[in-house]
Design a protein around this ligand. Sequence first.
Ligand SMILES: [Zn+2]
Length: 174
Amino acid sequence: MADGITHEKYILYATAATLVGSVLLYDVIKLEYLIAANVGMLSNVFINSDIDQDGVVLVELRTAQLLTFFVPRGNFKNILVDKFIKLIKIFLAPYSLWWKHRHYLTHTPLIGTLIRWYYIYLATWYIFLRPWLTLHELNVIVFQDFQLVTVVFLTFVSIGDFIHAALDKFEFIW
Ligand SMILES: [Zn+2]
């Protein structure tokens, strides 16, 4: 089984490839789709299939590090990273407690991608956006106004999930 570091390494290769492809296609494809593709691929560094685990996984640490990016290194930063990890675990608890680790509904590319991101989407709306936007209003923005951006984003997240699943299955790759 590939570990978190190995997963991350391959996602970074894929992100580099996506970036190179974007530069080559810069004149052909609208910038918003190129951004969606790159953000989608890079997002696999911070959120991936392994958030179905009860324990802390590397992507959760990376998210906490991202959220404290501008805090100078030191004791305070370490404490803050720890607090963010706890908050992330609470945020993900319904998801990670519901599925067994490597359940086919968390680790099958595309299906797993959609379930995971729909959970994050709903939870983010419920916790952060509900006072300002109804779910219907948010749905209109994400699935109508920015429909193709959303599709491109999820496609590249899903490519990351394919890479993840392949690494989990075939040890000889790395
Ligand atoms: Zn996995």
